[in-house]
Unconditional design. Structure first.
Length: 376
């Protein structure tokens, strides 16, 4: 059972050599940061937090920072065509560049990670302004994605030194998003084990659970996945790679259009997924269609839940159960022009697992979208 595997994995976790307090921020490289920020505010209920650009002394980029609950997104665009930011967007389209960790000691985390084999992205730096100081350091992970260690215990500002408070008259109501539950990475065929070992050896993570092509497959496509987690369980990274199938899997489609490995989706937690998804639909977010017959067997498979099953069916929210409770989840269609990045909305009612019972329906929904795009 999935939950039993998770319990056994947790028992293997010893004291962290690197304590990560949580996700600090996620930075996207985008073609137009101002418009991206407006989208996330409007469609997902994020609020204006901070800004940096020409007005603050930057000459090469502009960044808009938005937040909701404990989720902070930084949307960064290049001001010149020849920059590394512009090159990233040219190659990958809009996508996740940085998944930053909130730590107590950024330099110590960096030194230890380097000692264990990490490749440096940038050495420890101290950034200061009138609100104090922040220490940051970065390492590479799969493809062009970075992890940045952020130490902010001596900082009282809005976000980071160099940013100013972003005051905006446009303040759409939030939709109840609380925190990042997990971030999923798609990697090339044959490299899932390599990156799982990276997280284990370099960052002290453990393999929480492994899914093979028998767990995640349909008649046409399949994938394999290893879920890696840090010691306190606040950071969870499923890592996917393609598996052999009759047709092109969602992972192969992602790798083709992203032009390499990268963050496939961000799962964000909600306390009232019915409200959250209802608001997202009103604001124009499109979700994967769940086959209607999926709900015919939910009651016998999941048992009693608090939510009205008919309402869940109308909204397309799926349900699964493990030994510790149940979860509700739904997946958006890609939020970029390329069929790459999407979001998962998840509400955990005790469950610690990842919705294994929904994999079949989810894959069929994704394959239906691939067929429309002509990429299956």
């Amino acid at each position: 059972m999935e939950a039993e595997q998770i319990t056994k994995a947790k028992e293997k976790v010893s004291a962290d050599f690197l304590t990560i307090n949580g996700t600090d921020y996620i930075e996207f490289y985008v073609g137009n940061a101002k418009q991206a920020a407006h989208f996330y505010k409007t469609a997902l209920g994020f609020q204006s937090l901070a800004y940096a650009g020409l007005e603050t002394g930057l000459r090469d980029r502009t960044s808009y920072v938005i937040n909701q609950g404990k989720i902070t997104l930084m949307l960064t665009a290049s001001l010149h065509s020849g920059s590394l930011i512009a090159e990233h967007v040219r190659k990958h389209g809009d996508g996740v560049k940085v998944i930053a960790f909130w730590v107590d000691d950024a330099e110590a985390a960096y030194v230890e990670a380097r000692k264990r084999g990490a490749t440096s992205a940038f050495t420890p730096v101290v950034e200061k302004d009138a609100f104090g100081e922040v220490r940051r350091a970065g390492i590479h992970t799969y493809s062009d994605t970075l992890h940045v260690f952020v130490e902010r215990k001596n900082y009282k500002g809005h976000f980071l030194p160099g940013f100013v408070k972003w005051d905006s008259d446009y303040k759409p109501t939030d939709i109840g998003l609380k925190y990042v539950d997990h971030c999923v990475g798609n990697v090339e065929l044959g490299t899932m084990g390599k990156w799982a070992r990276f997280y284990e050896n370099v960052l002290g993570f453990t393999n929480l659970i492994t899914f093979d092509d028998k767990d995640i497959s349909t008649e046409y496509t399949a994938l394999m996945s290893k879920v890696m987690t840090n010691g306190n369980g606040r950071i969870k990274f499923p890592i996917n790679e393609p598996a052999a199938g009759k047709k092109k899997s969602q992972i192969e489609e992602y790798l083709e259009f992203y032009e390499g490995a990268g963050c496939q989706h961000i799962a964000v937690a909600a306390d009232d997924i019915i409200h959250t998804v209802g608001e997202m639909r009103k604001r124009g977010i499109e979700f994967l269609h769940v086959p209607g017959n999926y709900y015919d067997t939910v009651s016998e498979r999941v048992g009693k839940i608090k939510e009205n099953l008919e309402v869940l069916k109308q909204l397309g929210i799926m349900v699964d159960r493990d030994e510790e409770g149940y979860l509700l989840q739904i997946f958006t269609k890609p939020v970029e022009d390329r069929p790459t990045l999407f979001f998962e909305i998840i509400q955990r009612v005790g469950a610690k697992s990842f919705g294994k019972g929904n994999f079949q329906a989810l894959f069929e929904s994704i394959e239906a979208e691939q067929a429309k795009r002509g990429t299956l």
